[in-house]
Design a protein around this ligand. Sequence first.
Ligand SMILES: Nc1ncnc2c1ncn2[C@@H]1O[C@H](COP(=O)(O)OP(=O)(O)OP(=O)(O)O)[C@@H](O)[C@H]1O
Ligand SMILES: [Mg+2]
Length: 267
Amino acid sequence: MLFTGFFINHKESKELSVLKQNELVKIRVNNLTKKFGDLTVLNNINFTIKKGELLAIVGPTGCGKTTFLNCLSKLMPTTEGEILIDGEAADPRKHNISYVFQEPTCLPWRTVRENVAYGMEIKGVPRAERMKRADEIMALVGLSSCANLYPNQVSASMMQRIAVSRAFAVRPDLLLMDEPYGQLDVKLRYYLEDELVNLWRTVGSTVLFVTHNIEEAVYVAERVLVLTNKPTSVKQEVVIDLPRPRDLVDPKFVELRRQVTDLIRWW
Ligand SMILES: Nc1ncnc2c1ncn2[C@@H]1O[C@H](COP(=O)(O)OP(=O)(O)OP(=O)(O)O)[C@@H](O)[C@H]1O
Ligand SMILES: [Mg+2]
């Protein structure tokens, strides 16, 4: 009896712990392979992302970072394997996903303000709330003065800020960012890195942040995923267990940045 009792409890606790683990997982990538004709880009990729995690992905140019985000957001079909969000096949109609593309896109016939509000419009946020949130976020990123201009009247950095604002304003459950700060000057980049961290902490979004900038990855992320060259797999994960706000010259920060840099040297 005692043995059986123990056995049942043990089994139950094992099942419970599996259930609990699943509850904590936001994205599960199982044996993901993506080919374009004969070219294998992503090669049997496996990893998970926890709910509410801010994960940075770094990898050599052309290794398939954008392709991965495109597969995740269903803009592209996968060749093999699966991507699950909350335990279900990724589905942008069901999951509240925002995607900041590597090439910022704007609707040319809409003003800057209407472009910032566009994502909220799609999600059905009422007009008054849309405009309020758009104005708040434009003030944060320094776009207020060009709210009534059209995209062809603004600079590349402003276009990027519009794309970032549009994504933030939706308060997404899952935020995909593909080198979102590449066009920005250093000061604005630092500022928006902090804004991203603030948003992530207040909204609790799960964030996937693709970047070439190692310092940026170590500054914002809880974990950095380093990818290999094509055919691409996960080379290593580096956990960034530093308190926030992070200090760029803290010896622990410098050491983690060095670790990621060393992994990248061997691409
Ligand atoms: N639609 C497509 N058809 C054919 N090949 C493609 C397509 N999209 C991407 N590729 C190829 O897949 C590979 C991965 O491209 P991808 O843009 O995902 O790389 P990346 O890691 O985002 O690069 P970067 O760091 O330069 O942004 C490249 O070799 C690219 O040429
Ligand atoms: Mg890319």
